[in-house]
Design a protein around this ligand. Structure first.
Ligand code: PXL
Length: 286
């Protein structure tokens, strides 16, 4: 209790003085629902200071992705270096990366900027984007392999959905008792949050696990098709709450509540003919 109190008091004081700088390395969704836009809206709603290093520009709306234009890996690296050398970051999230060369350059820059002890470096949340909303793979197996090889070892938390977890070998079936995503004796990620690991008509269950524990986090399912960007929002909110000083399980709990409220706010909206966005505002504080 005393500890919980001191965490939130220090978080409030920090917020009053300075917003937390947070960086998303992600694709642009022209429709404003997912990707970098979802992360930045989430962070704005939580009172953080959001920055973005774009990996790709997508031409999409609530119905479909029409075109994807990847930025050159050097330009992705340049954006990361520009903001981290000046603003710094309390936490960094990656989203849509989509190309092995981009994954490699992001891993290289993260390793550079996040060297040092976990006390002083930014937290790293890897939100792997590997499947579309129908659960179909968006890229070849080389992209999932690159995530496993270069990014998962750097991650403090990985936040795949159930299909992405399977592609990364982090699915519920692969969980070893002694580590997150163990392969032999090598753990590939410190902590995993599987978004929507299971669902029924009334409930959706996220599952969190680290080397020591596995926690089921059920949520009441909201009856809406306005879910585009909900996974990005959850992951971005975890990033913000962890950077604000809450431990991982508490950050996840708060992020779920934030995402749930955003889904409720947007549930009745009629924006676009397909899967619409969430309602991120009004402001709440981490
Ligand atoms: O929600 C995953 C996601 C992330 N980033 C971009 C996207 C999507 C899904 O559409 O377009 C750019």
């Amino acid at each position: 209790m005393a500890e919980a109190l001191s965490v939130s008091v220090s978080a409030i004081i920090r917020f009053m003085l300075q917003p937390l700088p947070l960086l998303t390395i992600a694709g642009s969704d022209s429709g404003g629902a997912a990707g970098a836009q979802a992360d930045l809206k989430t962070w704005a709603a939580l009172g953080a200071y959001g920055m973005s290093a774009l990996t790709a520009v997508t031409a999409q709306n609530s119905v479909l992705v029409q075109q994807v234009h990847f930025l050159p890996p050097e330009m992705v690296a340049a954006q990361i270096d520009a903001v981290l050398s000046d603003y710094g970051a309390a936490a960094i999230k990656t989203g849509f990366l989509g190309r092995v060369e981009i994954i490699e350059v992001v891993a290289d820059r993260l390793a550079y900027w996040c060297r040092g002890g976990s006390e002083t470096r930014p937290y790293i949340v890897i939100d792997p984007v590997l499947v579309n909303h129908r659960g179909e793979a968006m890229f070849g197996p080389d992209v999932a392999d690159a995530y496993r090889r270069w990014l998962l070892p750097l991650a403090d938390l990985v936040t795949p959905n159930a299909a992405e977890a399977r592609l990364l070998g982090l699915g519920e079936d692969e969980q070893g008792s002694g580590g997150a995503g163990e392969q032999g004796s090598q753990s590939v990620a410190a902590r995993v949050l599987i978004k929507g690991a299971r669902r029924s008509d009334s409930e959706i269950v996220d599952v969190y696990w680290d080397g020591a524990r596995r926690v089921e986090l059920p949520q009441v399912l909201i009856d809406t098709t306005n879910t585009h960007g909900s996974g990005d929002t959850l992951s971005a909110a975890v990033c913000a709450f962890r950077a604000a000083g809450h431990d991982w399980p508490e950050a996840i709990h708060r992020a779920q509540a934030f995402t749930h409220a955003a889904l409720r706010r947007g549930a009745g909206w009629r924006l676009g003919a397909g899967h619409g966005p969430l309602g991120h505002a009004p402001a709440e504080s981490a």
